[in-house]
Design a protein around this ligand. Structure first.
Ligand code: AR6
Length: 231
């Protein structure tokens, strides 16, 4: 198997629980330099119950489209576990499509501790938010709001009070936030993905025509927001 065999950034070698899963090319010290980097979770595939096979196709399609436009910047898909099915699927499909592994890779780690625990500097992170842009609710949203402290909630309210599916909002993080001071995160991009979970608002009731359209729009929104930050 070729996972995890690529050369790791210097900082990664010194940690125990953040392991880089690159796509195979010996990319050098990917995590030590100051390349603008967006870390993003797989939108909608956990609490929102979106099909992971379909989601992985859309992630790879959108990454392929945007890496060409991003210049030096990098995209990193993050999930918590080495057993993550979405990371595995995306890694395989990205390799099949020959996506440049210096521009895109997958990474196992907590998105709120990428630098401190994983040695991966990401100046921007995306959040799979809820429509009210509220803390809590579990998943990556609860982790990001909790790690960022009250500063993120206040800054978010100044930008927007709600989101419609597929849309994103960029929130600059105040330097008082631990996510800024500890992890070097300067912006959080909240995005609302399509919801397939009947227990959550705006459930699409298995309408994957609409669902795939909204998930594509969600990734375009994230990547365009990131491009506008690094431009
Ligand atoms: N670091 C990295 N990835 C994570 C983390 C973390 N700390 N926590 C979760 N993931 P989810 P959704 C991964 O459920 O499906 C919330 O309640 C997770 O394994 O967070 O879009 C919101 O308030 C999965 O791969 O988001 C919304 O109501 C991915 O992040 C709703 O859930 C997304 O899982 C959104 O549901």
């Amino acid at each position: 198997p070729d996972n995890g065999s690529a050369s790791l950034g210097h900082a990664v070698n010194n940690v125990t629980d953040g392991e880089e899963l690159e796509m195979g090319s010996p990319g050098g010290t990917v995590s030590s330099c100051n390349v603008p980097t967006l870390a993003f979770p797989s939108i909608s595939t956990a609490d929102f119950q979106f099909n992971i096979e379909k989601a992985s196709d859309i992630i790879v399609e959108k990454v392929e489209e945007f890496v060409k436009k991003l210049g030096d910047a990098r995209l990193v898909l993050v999930d918590l576990s080495h057993k993550s099915k979405i990371l595995t699927l995306v890694r395989i499909k990205a390799t099949q499509k020959n996506i440049d592994s210096s521009k895109f890779h997958t990474f196992v780690g907590d998105i709120t501790r990428l630098s401190s625990e994983g040695g991966l500097r990401c100046n921007v992170i995306a959040n799979a938010a809820n429509w009210r842009l509220k803390p809590g609710g579990g998943g990556v949203n609860a982790s990001i709001f909790s790690a960022a402290g009250a500063a993120l909630e206040t800054a978010t309210k100044e930008r927007a009070v709600s989101l419609t599916p597929g849309k994103a909002v960029i929130v600059p993080l105040p330097s008082t936030s631990p996510l800024f001071s500890r992890e070097g995160v300067t912006h959080v991009i909240h995005v609302l993905g399509p919801n397939m979970n009947p227990q959550r608002p705006n459930c699409l009731s298995n309408d994957y025509i609409k669902g795939c359209e909204i998930l594509r729009e969600a990734y375009s929104s994230i990547f365009e927001s990131f491009a506008s930050i690094v431009r």
